[in-house]
Write a protein that binds this ligand. Structure first.
Ligand code: ZN
Ligand code: ZN
Ligand code: ZN
Length: 549
């Protein structure tokens, strides 16, 4: 009885105080959008907006361009242009130098092991029996604009992150997120999460998982429109595409139900256009399930469409498969915006859309049209390098790790051999700069003691983290990749990797377009400016005043 009384009094007190504060906050913030939707399209090049323009409908990408603001010269301002750093930078408004997400995986100098950007051994999977939920944003050192919105609204504005990829959901949503959900394929085809957020999936997620919605996409993937109208991409059958196991050619149509057993079960869907449709279905369910945009405390919904990246890696940026994936994503966006209109209300929400990096044309294709491009012979370089180190320093032990275009030295060994660290770094730079297709190399000492202010060197510096990056960092020739001869990849500081869309539309956004250069780190402070909150704590970007009303 007494317990119940205490409980009732507490509930009354809480509801009274939140009502009182609700009034105060709502008075000042009635101009704020009820919901901010951040959309990251994984591996989206800027030219996908222009190249496929005539294939898009009025309600997706074009709606954003026609009603909102188009920053046409938007770039990543650091290397490496990978997924983990990309998602972190969009939402924190800063670069790996400050947020610490220096790769998808990187060599951890402290534990002397590779670590994953969203991995967290202290967590447990929720919704899966496997390790796939042992995740959190703990390796990201700074706040996202969504975190600042949570602090500003006394945790009343919600944050939800959604993606096919765990890191695409977790890093954007930030440290204070109510939830991040991502796709678990194999034999399940479910959305899962981690104990970082909760101990049990909410009812609406369980209902979604049980609905059979995901399984309904195990059908034929053919082009949405007749394939002979896809004039904006290369031939369907060529030497530059990977394809799926169990199908001889990388050509439409793909019978996903037949292919699934040889391609990871439900994981196959991630690598098709339908992965984006599944994320859209789930995001629409989340609007209702999480009650997003229903009060005056701005909520943040961070959605990342990752299937574009899988398709790009497999088939390349010039493939019919990529063209169809974007045409279908456009339809998914239309469906998503219509759901937002219906559930949150036209003019009540604000959307931005960008990418976590772009991608290079398949080098083996570029070679056929005489553009300098090619592949790094990694094993040959490794052989030369080991030989050099052994003859120069008497032992290969001086090298601890080579990963992410960086050389990590064994500091203890250098001390033991009474070598000078800077001399060793310089000797390595002078050696590897002679290797085929290594274009540039810098020591950590150079990057920490000089200030570059233009070109690729600036990008290297902004991606370089004094604490976690290596002793020597090197750069390949333009359009040279360490990758299979089919499909596209990314990671460089060249325009094909850095130039990505940036579209804004909805509440508080002007209509217009610019070729003025904007940077990926400007997005988060622009959202903070729109909401009137503090900027993310490590943000180095500038609010894009000209997009705001
Ligand atoms: Zn990516
Ligand atoms: Zn093809
Ligand atoms: Zn990728």
């Amino acid at each position: 009885m007494i317990k119940n009384l205490v409980y009732i009094t507490m509930v009354l007190a809480i509801s009274f105080s939140s009502n009182a504060q609700n009034k105060v906050l709502s008075k000042e913030n009635t101009n704020n959008p009820k919901l901010v939707v951040g959309i990251v399209v994984d591996q989206m090049r800027y030219d996908y907006l222009t190249r496929f323009y005539n294939k898009y409908g009025e309600g997706g990408f074009k709606r954003m361009m026609n009603e909102g603001f188009n920053c046409k010269n938007n770039h990543f301002n650091y290397v490496p242009t990978y997924t983990g750093p990309g998602h972190a930078s969009v939402y924190t408004g800063t670069t790996p130098k400050y947020h610490g997400v220096v790769g998808n995986d990187w060599y951890d100098k402290e534990t002397k092991k590779m670590v994953y950007c969203a991995g967290d051994d202290d967590m447990i999977s929720v919704g899966a029996e496997t390790e796939d939920g042992k995740m959190s944003p703990h390796r990201m050192k700074t706040t996202t604009f969504a975190d600042e919105n949570r602090l500003f609204t006394q945790m009343r504005g919600k944050t939800i992150g959604i993606s096919v990829k765990d890191r695409g959901a977790i890093l954007p949503a930030g440290h204070t997120a109510n939830a991040a959900y991502w796709f678990f394929g194999k034999d399940k085809g479910h959305f899962i999460t981690s104990t970082f957020y909760m101990n049990d999936l909410p009812k609406w997620v369980n209902e979604f998982n049980a609905s059979g919605m995901v399984a309904s996409y195990l059908k034929s993937w053919n082009t949405l429109y007749p394939i002979d109208t896809y004039l904006e991409s290369g031939t369907d059958l060529n030497n530059f595409e990977g394809g799926f196991k169990g199908k001889e050619t990388a050509t439409f149509p793909y019978d996903l139900n037949t292919l699934k057993d040889q391609n990871g079960g439900f994981d196959l869907l991630k690598a098709t256009a339908y992965g984006n449709s599944i994320v859209t279905d789930f995001a629409i369910a989340a609007i209702a399930g999480e009650q997003l945009g229903q009060d005056n405390f701005t909520d943040v919904l961070a959605v990342s469409f990752s299937s574009t990246d899988y398709v790009g890696h497999n088939f390349g940026v010039n493939s019919k498969e990529i063209e169809d994936t974007y045409i279908r994503l456009d339809k998914d966006l239309e469906r998503f915006f219509k759901a937002l209109d219906a559930k949150v209300g036209k003019g009540n929400y604000t959307v931005f859309l960008t990418a976590d990096h772009a991608a290079v044309d398949v080098p083996s294709y570029l070679q056929t049209v005489k553009i300098p491009a090619g592949y790094i012979n990694s094993s040959e370089q490794k052989k030369m390098f080991t030989e050099f180190v052994t003859t120069t320093f008497g032992t290969a032990d001086i090298i601890e790790n080579v990963s992410n275009n960086q050389v990590f030295l064994n500091r203890a060994k250098i001390k033991e051999l009474k070598l000078d660290l800077v001399d060793v770094q310089n000797a390595i730079v002078n050696e590897i700069i002679n290797y085929p297709n290594i274009d540039k190399a810098y020591t950590a000492t150079t990057l920490s003691t000089n200030e570059f202010n233009s070109g690729i060197e600036t990008l290297i510096q902004k991606g370089f983290n004094q604490k976690s990056s290596g002793d020597v960092i090197f750069v390949y020739d333009p359009a040279f990749i360490s990758y299979s001869k089919t499909g596209s990849t990314h990671g460089s500081g060249l325009n094909y990797d850095t130039h990505v869309p940036l579209l804004f539309f909805g509440k508080g956004i002007k209509h217009g377009a610019t070729f003025k250069k904007t940077e990926i780190t400007d997005i988060a402070p622009t959202m903070s400016a729109l909401l009137g909150t503090s900027f993310p704590n490590g943000s180095i970007g500038q609010p894009l005043e000209f997009v705001l009303e």
